[in-house]
Design a protein around this ligand. Structure first.
Ligand code: OGA
Ligand code: MN
Length: 284
């Protein structure tokens, strides 16, 4: 029997009684989908599953993206091209995965791409002795409490979502050609989008560095973006997760943002990750 236990915070629920190494009973899969739609981030504890099992579970949510270009320039697994590794562990002088040990600023995944992922899934294989918590913020709540002057200021506006740096601040290898920096890959998305499953309008902020509002005076754009980001990331919209080995978390990239606390460099932290293919963003 599957149980859904809400965090009691701004978003998130733990799902108990699911064994993700096995195919899901259709009724359980339905309960999980409904819980995801309601709570936006789901936590499953004690999932000591293999990569193929992680990939099979991920496919309940849709098709999977292949490992996207990253700061290490590598696809992580020849056997499983969908697999992404988030890790600070260095093997033979090379990082085994992305994102290092530093703080990750608030973002939603791959907003600089034309079709960002619908969902991302992290499975914890090694966790840091301290720090490394991941925080999630509820953009539906931030949207419904958006002050009227901010709502009208962004009506019909789009943002330039920059991809020069990843969320750890590392230059993305995909913009370096033969050692020469080329123009950063970017996308432009509406600041107010429609969630394709719920049809609700939701603020889409993406990633802050080098971001600007298209067609707006630069200084005005900075001021407005600062106000939007300050509003959306208030603590009342946030749930913080402290990782244990075997935790698996799925989040909805269309209506949440996330960040990570830094952790000690001498502490190993390794997550295996998949991302579920999204659809083009529709303005609300
Ligand atoms: C990610 C990410 C956060 C973390 O994988 O997209 O932001 O806690 N990870 O490692
Ligand atoms: Mn991320």
């Amino acid at each position: 029997m599957i149980e859904v236990i809400p965090t009691g915070k701004a978003l998130g629920a733990e799902i108990r009684g699911a064994d993700l190494s096995q195919a899901l009973d259709p009724a359980d899969a339905g309960t999980i989908m409904d819980a995801w739609s309601e709570h936006l981030v789901l936590l499953f504890r004690n999932q000591f599953i293999s990569d193929p099992e992680l990939i099979s579970f991920s496919r309940y949510f849709g098709d999977l993206d292949l490992c996207p270009p990253n700061a290490t320039g590598k696809q992580y697994s020849a056997e499983h091209p969908e697999l992404i590794i988030v890790s600070n562990v260095i093997v033979d002088g090379e990082p085994m995965g992305s994102l290092g040990d530093g703080e990750l600023r608030w973002h939603t995944d791959m907003s600089n791409h034309p079709v960002p992922p619908k969902a991302s899934i992290l499975h914890a294989l090694e966790v840091s002795s301290e720090g490394g918590e991941t925080e999630f913020c509820n953009m539906y709540s931030a949207t419904s409490e958006l002050p009227e002057h901010l709502r009208s200021a962004i009506a019909g506006k789009w943002a330039h979502q920059d991809g020069t740096y990843d969320s750890a601040g590392a230059p993305q290898r995909s913009v370096e050609v033969a050692g020469v920096r080329t123009e950063s890959p970017y996308a432009r998305h509406p600041l107010m989008r429609r969630h394709p499953d719920t049809d609700r309008p939701v603020l889409y902020l993406g990633r802050r560095p080098k971001q600007y509002i298209v067609g707006m005076d630069a200084e005005e754009s900075e001021k407005l973006l600062d106000a939007l980001w300050a509003h959306a990331t208030q603590r009342k919209y946030v749930w913080t997760h402290e990782w244990r080995v075997g935790d698996l978390i799925i989040w909805d990239n269309r209506c949440i943002m996330h960040r990570r606390n830094a952790f000690p460099a001498d502490s190993r932290r390794t997550m295996h990750r998949t991302q579920v293919t999204g659809a083009a963003i529709i303005a609300a």
